[in-house]
Ligand binder design. Structure first.
Ligand code: ADP
Length: 540
């Protein structure tokens, strides 16, 4: 911790924050922005007049970084240092440093538009350009104007164009924290592999056998591929003759892992041991794993895409951008010179990859954000003229307005309706909020709550991947429990939860039916929270 690059700039940072309401901080991933900035400002008295909020685009980062900061300050997590993510609030009135997702901060501003509990708001990881962070940029710009000088905003980024953000904030200062990055040799494949799991396996084992010590970070697109590769790696490593190379530990890393498994990658490995970290995109800039010297990059990422013609979202595997490819390569040069193996030819990188990732605001449905902005009731905010860092197209704004009109959230003049207002009380996508309101009126709220809770907990719900036991197969045949995978079917989601409910929430049932206990418990809690909000709405 002591040698994190950002700490050498402590005085400069504090001095600049003292003199300016908004400061942009650009620093390489792993330079200490997420874990240290809040502590620096805390040391210099900024928690005396309020709480320091640090937003993260990803839930897993909010939890992991809060945990780390609590550890460094030697305080219990959830008290002086806490976190709040959707459906999980680990803060108390004592909390002075609060990590939260950008979505949670947006929701908080609905009930407290001035956000005056906060003395400082740090919009972290702005380079991710999540839709919510983009909206927050516009909102805090307005707050800086309205709130007096005792309010500070910091915007941090690993790659973002600092000048552009500075211009957006009327020329605020940009501090660059130079990180020490060692050279990384880039090696390209001659062609794209048929299977990038097999290809990653081969490259990883080659490195393990031939190259000196240093951990290997492998980018996969999702949990399925990660689990396949982890089990293939385990087989291979076991089959290597004992003693012919150093020991190996293989870690999966993705957002649906239980927190205690996520943090394993942060503990130093035993001596003479090589770690293989098989990760989703979260290791690109959100989480920094120390000790990585070799990176294997498939060139792909899984991204939620929106199709305006069908109004549907899908999770697609798409090519990464050049900026992402370079971020991934950079992970290999943090401790010493490293190597990055790109499983694609140079020509693909040069000619096919986009220069930068398209910001979410330009590729997603804006219905939720437009409804949010409308429910703020701010006289000086006009949706169509909202101050965006990169404005969405007028087509996507119109599409959002159409969708909202279609589900009765706005009227023909674009004004928010009573239903629209009720919808914005629910921390859900507009279509799901609308579903609950309708279900409440038609007498099937209980079932709708279950389906919506199951859908909202999707990432933690994934079934355990181990082969179903004989008992489970037998059970599937005997029961009306849906067989096989495919949770797209809402009735199936309902049946799963109801079957578990009938066992009085027996964890053994989850195990026997291949469901994650933690995921199901989360669903139950989400359902309870949504139920409470619906009760309040019905009474109100
Ligand atoms: P940045 O925000 O600039 O990317 P971070 O503050 O996230 O940098 O990381 C700084 C250092 O803290 C890294 O070396 C990283 O490995 C370590 N770190 C971050 N989170 C944790 C954690 N939960 N446990 C242990 N170490 C962590």
């Amino acid at each position: 911790m002591a040698n994190l690059p950002i700490l050498q700039f402590e005085e400069k940072i504090v001095e600049t924050v003292e003199k300016n309401s908004v400061v942009v901080i650009i620093g390489e991933t792993g330079s200490g922005k997420s874990t240290q900035l809040s502590q620096i400002l805390h040391r210099h008295g900024y928690t005396k007049s309020g709480v320091i909020a640090i937003t993260q685009p990803r839930r897993v980062a909010a939890v992991s970084v809060a945990r780390r900061v609590a550890q460094e300050l030697d305080v219990p997590l959830g008290e002086d240092v806490g976190y709040a993510i959707r459906f999980e609030d680990r803060t108390t009135s004592k909390t002075r440093i609060k990590y939260l997702t950008d979505g949670v901060l947006l929701r908080e501003s609905l009930s407290n538009p001035m956000l005056d509990d906060y003395s400082v708001i740090i919009l972290d990881e702005a380079h991710e350009r999540s839709l919510n962070t983009d909206i927050l940029l516009g909102l805090v710009k307005r707050l800086v104007r309205i709130r007096a000088s005792n309010f500070k905003v910091l915007i941090t980024s690993a790659t973002l164009d600092g000048e552009k953000v500075s211009e957006f904030f009327s020329g605020c200062p940009v501090l660059n924290v130079p990180g020490k990055l060692y050279p990384v040799e880039i090696l390209y494949s001659k062609e794209r592999p048929v299977s990038y799991i097999e290809s990653s396996l081969k490259v990883a084992i080659d490195i393990h056998v031939r190259e000196p010590e240093g951990d290997i970070l492998i980018f996969m697109t999702g949990q399925d591929d990660i689990e396949k590769l982890v089990s293939r790696l385990e087989e291979k490593v076991r089959s290597l003759a004992e003693g012919s190379c150093m020991d190996a530990i293989i870690y999966p890393l993705h957002g649906s892992l239980p927190p205690e498994m996520q943090v394993r990658v942060f503990s130093p490995p035993p001596p003479n041991c090589r770690r293989f970290i098989v990760s989703t995109n979260i290791a690109e800039t959100s989480l920094t794993v120390d000790g990585v010297v070799y990176v294997i990059d498939s060139g792909y990422v899984k991204q939620r895409q929106y199709n305006p013609s069908s109004g549907m979202f899908s999770l697609d595997v798409i090519q990464i951008s050049k900026v992402q490819a370079n971020q991934r390569a950079g992970r290999a040069g943090r401790t010493r010179p490293g190597k990055c193996y790109r499983l694609y030819p140079l020509a693909v990188y040069r000619d096919d990859f986009l220069d930068a990732t398209i910001p979410e605001i330009q590729r997603t449905s804006l219905a939720g954000s437009v409804l949010y902005l409308k429910s703020l009731d701010l006289p000086d905010i006009d949706i169509l003229k909202f101050d965006f860092l990169d404005a969405p197209s007028s087509e996507s704004l119109e599409d959002a307005l159409k969708q909202l009109y279609f589900i009765d959230a706005i009227d023909e003049n674009g004004a928010i309706t009573r239903i629209g207002r009720t919808m914005s009380d629910l921390p859900l996508e507009p279509s799901l909020s609308r579903t609950l309101i309708e279900a409440n009126e038609t007498g099937c709220l209980s079932q709708a709550l279950t389906v919506v809770a199951m859908l909202s907990a999707e990432t933690t719900l994934l079934p355990a991947r181990s082969k179903p036991s004989e008992k489970k197969r037998k059970h599937d045949e005997d029961s009306n429990l849906p067989n096989g995978s495919g949770y797209g079917d809402h009735i199936q989601l309902l049946q799963i939860f109801e079957s578990w409910d009938r066992t009085n929430y027996d964890p053994v049932w989850c195990k026997e039916n291949g469901m994650q206990v933690r995921g199901m418990v989360f669903v139950k809690d989400v359902r309870r929270q949504l139920c409470q909000i619906m009760q309040k709405i019905s009474k109100g």
